[in-house]
Write a protein of this length. Structure first.
Length: 104
């Protein structure tokens, strides 16, 4: 068996959705979580850009997300899904603290 065939057999098929389109990709099992989280971040940014820049077409939003994503990857040492997880934790802690404050 060739090295390519060996590598292909170690890949798993994963369905992801980006910009309302479904894609079936083969990835290493260890990369599945990162691919799914990255896909979710891309879709979230698509929604944000749609809300900020009404009237643009899908290609414009995809281009804006690609530019944002690439810039973030180059400027930060952490991967984006790690940053997203930290932001979610901070928001959860903030909400918990606000509930404990008087008047809430």
């Amino acid at each position: 068996m060739s090295e390519q065939q060996s590598n292909d057999s170690e890949l798993i098929p994963v369905n992801i959705t980006i910009a309302d389109r479904n894609y079936r990709v083969k990835i290493a099992p260890k990369d599945e979580e990162a691919v799914r989280k990255t896909s979710a971040i891309i879709n979230q940014k698509m929604v944000e850009f749609k809300n900020l820049y009404a009237g643009k077409d899908m290609q414009d939003y995809i281009s804006m997300v690609l530019l944002w994503f690439t810039t973030e990857q180059q400027s930060g040492g952490q991967s984006l899904y790690e940053v997203e997880a930290l932001q979610n934790q901070i928001e959860a802690l903030t909400a918990s603290i606000e509930k404990l404050l008087p008047g809430n």
